[in-house]
Design a binder for this molecule. Sequence first.
Ligand SMILES: NC(=O)c1ccc[n+]([C@@H]2O[C@H](COP(=O)([O-])OP(=O)(O)OC[C@H]3O[C@@H](n4cnc5c(N)ncnc54)[C@H](OP(=O)(O)O)[C@@H]3O)[C@@H](O)[C@H]2O)c1
Length: 286
Amino acid sequence: MHITGKTSLVGLIGWPVEHSLSPMMQNAAFTKVGLDWVYVPLPVRPDNVPQALAGLSALNFVGVNVTVPHKQAVMRYMNELSDSAKIIGAVNTICLQQGKYIGHNTDATGFLNSLLEANCHPQGMRVAVLGAGGAARAVVFALAQAKAASVIVLNRTAERAAFLVDDLVETFPNNALHFAALTPQSIMDLNNQLDLVVNTTSVGMSPNIEDCPWPSDVAMPSQTIFYDLVYRPLETVFLARAREAGAKTIGGLGMLIHQGAAAFERWTGQAAPIAVMRQACMDGLG
Ligand SMILES: NC(=O)c1ccc[n+]([C@@H]2O[C@H](COP(=O)([O-])OP(=O)(O)OC[C@H]3O[C@@H](n4cnc5c(N)ncnc54)[C@H](OP(=O)(O)O)[C@@H]3O)[C@@H](O)[C@H]2O)c1
């Protein structure tokens, strides 16, 4: 990579950002398609978000990705928001166009494309989403848009699941969206009636890799597909148990790659080199 005064700038704002795979993934993609662009990690403390955003325009950035904990905080500084960002209530990709800040959310597209890539078509499926945080909102949005037959959101804090469903029901009045507390009993009650279970909680993520959001005394049905958004480790205990039970499993790396690919395409107007981006992530994960 040869950076000059003509190199176009994009990056990632979050706190912290040092472990992010996005710089490796996006820079590999720019190199592959021969673009004179560079993607830089930009650690921004929560109280510096407005100053950091203002600086992007002054420094001629083309855009940025936004990660934890700023996905909601940046919204009020956008001149325009895409429909999905508005409905999900979070921005993970910003495009700067003639000094205007346009906020998008590519997590929902990323999730859906990773499902399709794994040959899982959610239309007509009965789905349980474990967790009700920021990622869950994008996942439920994608599933509702893709016409899943029903989506039940199960969360440790049931209230948060209720808010999520309440927010999305307005946009998807004809979809069967429900919520419940995430307990062994609620999972037992639903078991064998689900086509797809998506873990959007952080349970099982490194360093707590022995943890699993599925109760240890409830068997995982082999006919259900199990998806884990967590990708550190690549195979969580949740996915390993599902695999051992004979079920199809999908890991979270695909969503990371496809949300990045959607951001790449918004900024550059070119098709993203998915295979190169995946390889860069695999290299980054060692
Ligand atoms: N693959 C990808 O591209 C991708 C994209 C985005 C996120 N993610 C991953 O998805 C996970 C969630 O991210 P997020 O942004 O949604 O985080 P978040 O907004 O902080 O939400 C965290 C969720 O996990 C639940 N949770 C945390 N600890 C728990 C525990 N011990 N038992 C039960 N539930 C627990 C929380 O429940 P409460 O509401 O009860 O606290 C909440 O529902 C993270 O691991 C993140 O790395 C992956």
